[in-house]
Design a protein around this ligand. Structure first.
Ligand SMILES: [Zn+2]
Length: 348
């Protein structure tokens, strides 16, 4: 009796999953640029408020890649071999196949009405009908002759729109706007209806790594040795935050550093967090600025529980005070903005 009951549930689930898989027609699963059924059924316009998006609602397709907009309609994002391509928003895979002239392509239909396209992948990791979350790995970046790049674009009702209306190619952040998409015959007109709502700091997404901390030992020469970071202290097992978005490149015990985390950011910037009592992230994890990555501790060579924080640029230790205000516990926004533009921490 019980087994029969379970079997019924199993059959019902099978029917349900196949129904979801059949959500897209054969043509929708074949053709990249195609109208979205029902998108303008109830109204000739819809809006999306990107200012309301939380960090978990959005991911840049290649978080450590370098993006440039081509012809006002596509983004070319270059990165390293083997890098993972991420879904921009929550949605459903409409197409995942090889398309002549596009390579291995993926089209995601998002719950917000947009579609995003990811082309020239070495390997697609999802199939048509799959539900995906923002930030989920959907493909491995493709390329040849040492050049690894993704062709990315955004569509509304099958037509490409300028990706810069939605995402800033330099900072990888969403524009904090409300956009209106209005059907005009076969075309869709995109207009900005709301001003940018977030503060500059939120827009830049930068965080002081240990809020409320006091400097107990500055960067630079100390006795005969040079101190490659700054020591800041609050209390044991306090939350350590990622200063910027990035990818974890090390999370382990490492000699005098004790438990060490290294995070790689944009433009050759790197941050190190050491003496942690516990590391909460692993190598390969994509972290968001402000995310708790570890707890303060006294592992390695440390006389008290504190955070030894390093700022590195192309491998070389920099004075964290160039970018961080240890009194206000803030990132120096103007310096960081200038860095994103120029790749330099010092203004000339
Ligand atoms: Zn130190």
């Amino acid at each position: 009796m019980k087994i029969l009951h379970l079997l019924c549930i199993y059959v019902a689930l099978l029917v349900l999953t196949s129904a979801i898989k059949d959500e897209f027609t054969a043509i929708e699963r074949q053709q990249i640029q195609i109208e979205t059924p029902g998108l303008f059924e109830h109204s000739d316009a819809f809006t999306i408020d990107f200012a309301a998006y939380r960090t978990s609602d959005y991911s840049f397709p290649l978080p450590v890649g370098k993006a440039k907009v081509v012809d006002g309609s596509e983004m070319e994002i270059t990165t390293e071999k083997g890098d993972a391509v991420k879904a921009m928003f929550d949605g459903t895979v409409r197409l995942a196949r090889h398309v002549a002239g596009h390579g291995n392509a993926i089209v995601l239909r998002h719950d917000n009405g947009l579609e995003t396209v990811y082309e020239r992948n070495a390997e697609n990791m999802v199939k048509a009908g799959d539900r995906v979350k923002a930030g989920q790995t959907i493909a491995i970046v493709g390329g040849e002759k040492g050049r690894w790049a993704l062709t990315f674009y955004v569509m509304v009702n099958g037509g490409k729109i300028n990706p810069e209306i939605i995402v800033m190619p330099k900072s990888h952040r969403l524009t904090r706007r409300t956009l209106m998409f209005k059907k005009k015959g076969f075309a869709v007109e995109t207009t900005v209806v709301g001003a940018d709502k977030k503060t500059k700091e939120q827009d830049l997404a930068v965080f002081y790594p240990l809020p409320g901390a006091k400097v107990i030992s500055p960067y630079g020469r100390r006795g005969g040795r040079s101190h490659t970071g700054v020591d800041i202290k609050t209390r044991p097992n306090d939350n350590i935050l990622a200063a910027f978005d990035g990818v974890v490149t090390m999370s382990q015990q490492y000699a005098a550093y004790g438990n060490l985390i290294k995070i790689r950011h944009e433009r050759g910037l790197e941050t190190w967090y050491s003496h942690n009592s516990k590391n909460l992230v692993s190598v390969g994890d994509r972290v968001k600025a402000g995310q708790v990555i570890a707890l303060t501790g006294q592992t390695g060579r440390a006389s008290t529980a504190h955070l030894h924080f390093e700022l590195r640029l192309n491998g070389a230790a920099q004075n964290p005070s160039l970018l961080f205000d240890h009194v206000a516990h803030k990132v120096k926004e103007d310096v960081y903005e200038n860095f994103l533009k120029t790749g330099k921490l010092r203004k000339k």
